[in-house]
Design a protein around this ligand. Structure first.
Ligand code: HDE
Length: 726
């Protein structure tokens, strides 16, 4: 086919969905995240005669030469006297602060929380009083085990830490995307984390629980079984931060002005609904794009498609707590939504990426103890331990008790106290008085307590023997694990068993694998049988259990991801494979239908320079085929021209593109001319409801509509290598 001359890049059609102008957050005053150094006249730069900003040292001295260090002769020794060199390298040597012991790899963004239903009947917390009022927010999502430089799609719990800058102080709701935790008492946290992290002699595996130490600890810690069900489910491999729930995990208290308490559990629910990837896909995403999640968040915010989570609360009183079948102080238990509905009271919108990763995302310091008046703690032993740990860890990481002076950590409301000095003190009080009580009068003497507005704890009466104790009411470790398992759809149960088999297959010690299966027997017989079969082990006896597993807890449909999926491609991404000669009308129709559905698209082509469409238009590519594998997309469209398709049939990345999309149960739109590629990829004889023929422009909208369930899970359910022969 004759090629028309390519147009210069600036005139190309875009290779990805056009960028919308980011909306500015309406109605909120956001403090600049980084104060600029300014001269006395407000100028930010010294300038050369030609107006170009001048490079200076930290002391403000103009730098004349930043290319070579000071030497004695061109080939002579470097002089220690060189102040610019010494200052520059000294500063570089100290650029890193210790990464977080856990949750080291994270990504943050700014936004706001807006109240839509007042809670003034149960709490005096200022943030919950006035409907329609917004407070600024900063959120940091994270993996738990991996180092800062690890990959995004590790099988892991995700941190969901929210800082709300309320009018009465910062509120840090430091939660996870899973509503329960591995352990019941904070004293076991160092053991849990040591066991999960790379083994201390060999220092592997990175960002993975698939190793002996983790499963050794877990199989000796029955209280972790409920959390293990969640961690082995697809919740631990989310498609992106935008498609995850968040949970405060612990039971907290809300307090009204009289000090009356209402228990509360906090939930963040994504407007785009839940979605996860499959494990084989996660493994490949980690290779293709280790930054998959952070880029997803950045791209969505930068394109103006701001992610939104509703804030829900489960509110209950002491009577409910007394009657509920599990202890509400036990962080390994949930209260099913079907038992106690989640009431939506507001939403969180993320609408601004950070200006500087280090200053904001790395230096942000969350502390569970940061609660404003009207929100209080319970005696959950994990929460109590966390309240010590987070403050302590910030001192280690940020190096000074003045970490609250950093703009990202500073409250946005007025504050006044007598704490002073220390490393890097940046807010230094003026005047003579730095103590109280004092008799200098209100103007000179500084701030005073306010018994009416000030923090008050719930006046709980506590009594009992001193000792290292666990309540009897924490002893049932299997019933809710079972409830989670039976609440999953068949495809989710399969993934859960696959994950256990995968992880335990990485354990070198057979006794650890078998010990885990003995716990699974207390959760569900079929699950245990499938995992044992997948491992090639015979079934052991069930693990000794402090309480029999309850068989009467009903499934909780709210716990399924697939059952609560989106039914729309909105917010998801379509990968479009094109070549020279691709039908321009069809390409436009597909992109228009995707955009109309609220989906993004990216163009994948044999060359990054792009292609020439059938009408002679030049089309820019976002990815070369081997850099844009189908694992990066939620659905794919194969639109090669007949001439160019032949070339792709011999190209391994092109075959993977198709084969993986099929294996990962994705919807595949294709032209008749793509058939040789389907044949070469070995899927032409497997055409099912997940394939949509794109014969012409009229089919584009139907294809995008067909993608709404996101995956055709029947495809995967046809085979299960782990299941015992029936
Ligand atoms: Fe954390 N946790 N944690 N954790 N955690 C930290 O604090 C700790 C726990 C969670 O994006 C550390 O600032 C203890 C539960 C998140 O900066 C550290 C215990 C939940 C983040 C710490 C727990 C979490 C952290 C490390 C057992 C879900 C990241 C750096 C009692 C509700 C916050 C830091 C961010 C971070 C201690 C258990 C969530 C070491 C002792 C349960 C989201 O202080």
């Amino acid at each position: 086919m004759p090629r028309s001359p390519k147009q210069p890049p600036s005139e190309k059609l875009p290779g990805m969905s056009p960028k919308a102008a980011p909306k500015s957050p309406p109605g909120i005053v956001i403090q600049e995240s980084y104060a600029e150094d300014q001269g006395p006249g407000g100028e930010t730069h010294q300038r050369a005669g030609n107006g170009v900003p001048t490079l200076t040292t930290q002391q403000g001295a103009p730098v004349g030469d930043d290319q070579s260090s000071l030497k004695l002769g061109p080939r002579g020794p470097t002089l220690l006297e060189d102040p610019h060199f010494r200052e520059k390298v000294f500063h570089f040597d100290h650029e890193r602060i210790p990464e977080r012991v856990v949750h080291a790899r994270g990504y943050g963004a700014h936004g706001f929380f807006e109240l839509t239903q007042s809670l003034s009947d149960v709490t005096r917390a200022d943030v919950f009083q006035r409907v329609g009022e917004r407070v600024p927010a900063f959120v940091r999502f994270s993996t738990v085990i991996g180092s800062k430089g690890s990959f995004d799609l590790a099988r892991d719990v995700r941190g969901f830490a929210v800082k709300l800058y309320t009018n009465e102080g910062n509120w840090d709701l430091v939660g996870n995307n899973i509503p329960v935790f591995f352990i019941q008492d904070a004293i076991k946290f160092p053991d849990l984390v040591h066991a999960a992290k790379p083994e201390p002699d060999r220092m592997w595996p990175q960002a993975q629980t698939a190793h002996d130490n983790f499963w050794d600890f877990i199989s000796l810690t029955p209280e972790s079984m409920h959390m293990i069900m969640w961690a082995m489910s697809d919740r631990a491999i989310p498609r992106s931060f935008r498609f995850m729930e968040g949970f405060g995990v612990h039971t907290f208290r809300l307090l009204d002005a009289e000090g009356n308490s209402t228990f509360v559990k906090f939930h963040w629910k994504p407007r785009l609904k839940l979605q996860s990837v499959v494990w084989n896909e996660a493994v490949k995403i980690n290779g293709a794009d280790p930054d998959f999640h952070r880029k997803d968040l950045w791209d969505s915010i930068e394109s103006g498609d701001f992610p939104v989570w509703d804030l829900g609360v489960q509110l209950f009183n002491q009577e409910f707590a007394d009657e509920f079948e599990f202890d509400v102080l036990d962080p390994t238990k949930i209260i099913p939504e079907e038992v106690l509905p989640v009431r939506i009271i507001g939403h969180l919108v993320l609408d601004r990426v950070v200006d500087n990763f280090f200053a904001e995302t790395e230096q942000v310091a969350f502390c569970t103890q940061n609660v404003p008046p009207g929100i209080d703690f319970t005696n959950d032993p994990l929460l109590q331990g966390r309240n010590f740990s987070y403050l302590d860890t910030q001192l280690k990481r940020l190096g000074s008790p003045n970490f609250t002076h950093l703009p990202i950590n500073a409250p946005r409301c007025p504050m006044a106290h007598f704490q002073q000095d220390g490393h890097m003190a940046m807010r230094n009080p003026k005047g003579r008085v730095n103590y109280e009580p004092n008799s200098w009068g209100p103007e000179v003497g500084g701030p005073r307590e306010d018994p009416d507005r000030g923090m008050k704890s719930f006046a709980e009466v506590a009594d009992g023997p001193k000792g290292r104790l666990r309540p009897e009411s924490f002893a049932d470790h299997y019933s809710q694990a079972r409830q989670f398992y039976i609440s999953q759809l068949p495809i989710e149960q399969k993934h859960l068993a696959d994950a256990l088999v995968f992880e335990l297959s990485k354990c070198e010690r057979p006794d650890i694998r078998v010990r885990m299966v003995s716990h699974l027997l207390n959760i569900d017989q079929d699950l245990a049988a499938t995992v044992a079969n997948g491992l090639g082990e015979s079934l052991p006896s069930p693990a000794k259990s402090a309480r029999p597993t309850r068989q009467d807890l009903p499934p909780s449909p709210a716990l399924s991801i697939v059952g609560n999926g989106p039914q729309s491609l909105a917010g998801r991404k379509l990968g479009i494979l094109v070549t020279d000669g691709t039908d321009s009308n069809l390409f436009r129709a597909v992109t228009e239908a995707a955009t109309a559905a609220g989906a993004l698209y990216e163009v994948v082509a044999p060359k990054i320079g792009g292609v020439t469409l059938s009408d002679g238009t030049a089309l820019a590519a976002k990815h070369k085929i081997d850099g844009g594998p189908s694992v990066l997309f939620d659905a794919v469209a194969l639109l090669p021209s007949p001439e160019s398709c032949e070339l792709l049939t011999a190209d391994a990345p092109s075959l993977d593109f198709v084969g993986d999309a099929f294996a990962h149960c994705k919807f595949i739109g294709h032209t008749e001319s793509a058939r040789p590629l389907l044949e070469a990829a070995g899927v032409a004889d497997k055409i099912d409801a997940g394939f949509v023929m794109l014969s012409g422009e009229a089919d584009a909208a139907a294809f995008i509509a067909a993608c709404a369930p996101l995956r055709l899970w029947e495809r995967e359910l046809k085979v299960d290598l782990d299941a015992p022969a029936s």
